[in-house]
Structures are given as structure tokens and as C-alpha cells.
Write a protein that binds this ligand. Structure first.
Ligand SMILES: Nc1nc2c(ncn2[C@@H]2O[C@H](COP(=O)(O)OP(=O)(O)OP(=O)(O)O)[C@@H](O)[C@H]2O)c(=O)[nH]1
Ligand SMILES: [Mg+2]
Length: 328
């Protein structure tokens, strides 16, 4: 199951108590204080890890508490500091304070990490002062996680257009394919290796979008958040109109839905693929589509593996250009 939102409660460890202790030797007029300091409580760190793909684990566990520091001891013995606890999340996780929605950190790169709550400092032993002090409590907060996948290419299309068939053809992904709409229910990432260079790119398959998705139809536009961070939008159009729709209207509907979600999305570089070109209707429809949509269109057939290499290299080229333009 793909889970892309979670709320958890994190509590750092308390500082250990400073020790209250005195020792006395025969012949001394006064006892001497020898209570050691308490150790620091453990902090809680959230870290982006490439081996974690969803926020599913937080369905089962919502409370995290780091260990407390050890108390100081007599003989001026300092209590041990507690170890920090590390919570692993997928890269692309945005962390917010759940109480006020303030951003704590956007972990948009692998291995990035942030201390979300700091452990309490240890108390001071009476060796240093007249009276020992208790340790400070660890910070605590409720945080929300929101995952927005990070990919180079995001697939946009009606259900059944062949998005999953395409990602399976072009990448190492294994997205379920079937002849009914809404087969894909959660985003899937695939890695594409170039056939001519060492380059690779990440492509994201998301559930199909239909007209009025922004009003909650179909699976809604909730999943569009996963293409917010993609660099290139790749529209997948069923050019044969197998489900009885007109490809020109499909494209217009998809553009409208993106516009309703976030009009800035449409400023991204885009490519269009005309899928199912093995079917006779597709050839006819493509002529009209080209007249109506004056953009570069890549005809392909996932079924017959036609045009796949061409679109693959076009994507690498477009991505290279995008990265060059946005390099500083
Ligand atoms: N004839 C033909 N059929 C295709 C082609 N590509 C995909 N299909 C078929 O179209 C149907 C839908 O394919 P999917 O890849 O599951 O489509 P999808 O866009 O991922 O669909 P959702 O996950 O429901 O949004 C399946 O029956 C595929 O076999 C193609 O190039 N030609
Ligand atoms: Mg699919």
C-alpha cells in the first residue's frame, strides 16, 4: 500500500538528573560534595533514506520517544548521554509542525536529515553547585509528513491510456496493466537508462486523471502532488480512443485539470505521446490531433514496442536541456 501522508508524535529524551552526593573522610571538618552531572537526553532525527518508499510504517506506529540521559553518580561520575533516535522516511518527505503547519524541513535529497526535537540537557551535580538540578525535559512535538515524489518525468493521462504499459516498456518498473480504468492506484517510480550514454532518469506513473478530477471525480487530483516536483510532463493519450472518447478532448481535459490544480505546472516542459498506434483508428485520429494540438507529438505503440526508443531519447534530450537551463 502506498501511503503518502502521516502524523506522528515525537518526544526527545529527558536529561538525566544531577547527582546529590557528599562524602566524608575521617579528620575532615566538612563533607565534600561529589555529585556528578546527568547525561543529555537523545534527540530525534528524521532522515531521508532511498530504501524507504512510502510512509506506510507510520500507520502502525505513531509515537516515538528517544532515551533519557543517565543520572549523574557520586564520585563526580557523569551520567552517560543517550543515543539519538533516527526515523527513516522516503526522500521527498516534507516535515511540518502539525500544530501550526509550519515547515520544519523539506527532505528533498537522499541522506538529508534534520533534528526535529532536541534532547534535554543533563542536570548539574552538586559537585559544581550547592544543590544539584534535575535534567531538562526533552522537546516534544506532533509532526506531519507529506511525501511528494521526486522524479524527472511525470506521466499524465486518462485511465487506460497506457501509462503503466509505457513505464514498464521504458524503465525497470513493474506497474500493473489491465484493460479497465484505475488499474494504477498509487504512484510508481521507474528508472530509465539511456541506450547511448550513461544518463538515467526517474519516471513516475500516477493514477489516471479524468475530466472534473479537481472536483473529486475518479480518484481526484490528489495524486497530482506527485508530479509537482517533476521536471517534464509527459502526456499519454490513447490515440485510438478505445474507451469511446476523442483524443483531442482528452488532451484538453488533462490540461484543464492541471490548470485547476496549479496553473504553474503548465509552464513545465511537456511532451505528448500518442499511444496505441497499432490500431487503425489511432492513425486517423492522429491526423486531426496534429491539426488541433500544435505541439511535437511522438506516436508509439506499447503493444508492438514502436517508437519507444525515439521518445526515450527525446526525453533525455529535453531533460538535459532543462537541467542546463536551471543549473544555477
Ligand atoms: N492496442 C494497444 N493496447 C494498449 C497499448 N498500450 C496499452 N494498451 C492496453 O490498454 C489497456 C490499459 O493499459 P494500462 O497501461 O493499464 O493503462 P493506464 O493508463 O496505466 O491505466 P490506469 O492505471 O487505469 O490509469 C491495457 O489493456 C493495455 O494492454 C498499445 O500500444 N496498443
Ligand atoms: Mg496504470
Amino acid at each position: 500500500m502506498f501511503v503518502d501522508r502521516a502524523k506522528i508524535y515525537v518526544q526527545a529524551g529527558d536529561g538525566g538528573k544531577g547527582c546529590e552526593s557528599e562524602y566524608y573522610k575521617k579528620g575532615w571538618r566538612h563533607a565534600r560534595r561529589d555529585g556528578g552531572d546527568g547525561g543529555h537526553g537523545g534527540s530525534i532525527i528524521v532522515k531521508a533514506d532511498v530504501n524507504v518508499h512510502t510512509l506506510l510504517d507510520f500507520r502502525y506506529r505513531q509515537h516515538f520517544k528517544a532515551q533519557s540521559g543517565k543520572h549523574g553518580g557520586s564520585g563526580n561520575k557523569r551520567g552517560a548521554d543517550a543515543q539519538d533516535s533516527i526515523i527513516l522516511v522516503p526522500p521527498g518527505t516534507i516535515i511540518r509542525d502539525a500544530n501550526n503547519d509550519c515547515l520544519i524541513r523539506d527532505l528533498d535529497k537522499a541522506n538529508e536529515q534534520v533534528i526535529v526535537v532536541k534532547g534535554g540537557s543533563g542536570g548539574i551535580g552538586n559537585f559544581k553547585r550547592q544543590e544539584s538540578t534535575p535534567g531538562n525535559p526533552g522537546e516534544q512535538v506532533r509532526v506531519s509528513f507529506e511525501l511528494k515524489l521526486i522524479a524527472d518525468i511525470g506521466l499524465i493521462g486518462y485511465p487506460n491510456a497506457g501509462k503503466s504499459s509505457f513505464i514498464n516498456k521504458i524503465s525497470n518498473a513493474n506497474s500493473k496493466v489491465a484493460q479497465f480504468p484505475f488499474t494504477t492506484l498509487s504512484p510508481i517510480l521507474g528508472v530509465v537508462n539511456s541506450s547511448v550514454s550513461e544518463s538515467r532518469m526517474i519516471i513516475a506513473d500516477i493514477p489516471g486523471i479524468i475530466k472534473d478530477a479537481h472536483q473529486g471525480r475518479g480518484l481526484g487530483i490528489e495524486f497530482l502532488r506527485h508530479i509537482e516536483r517533476t521536471k517534464i510532463l509527459l502526456f499519454v493519450i490513447d490515440m485510438a480512443g478505445v474507451d469511446g472518447r476523442d483524443p483531442i478532448i482528452d488532451y484538453a481535459d488533462l490540461v484543464n485539470e492541471l490548470q485547476s490544480y496549479d496553473h504553474m505546472l503548465l509552464k513545465r516542459p511537456q511532451l505528448i505521446i500518442a499511444n496505441k498506434m497499432d490500431l487503425a483508428e489511432a492513425k486517423e485520429n492522429l491526423i486531426n490531433f496534429k491539426k488541433s494540438v500544435r505541439k511535437r507529438i511522438y506516436p508509439i505503440s506499447c503493444l508492438e514496442s514502436l517508437g519507444i526508443e525515439k521518445i526515450k531519447e527525446a526525453l533525455f534530450k529535453k531533460l538535459g536541456k532543462f537541467e542546463q537551463e536551471n543549473s544555477d
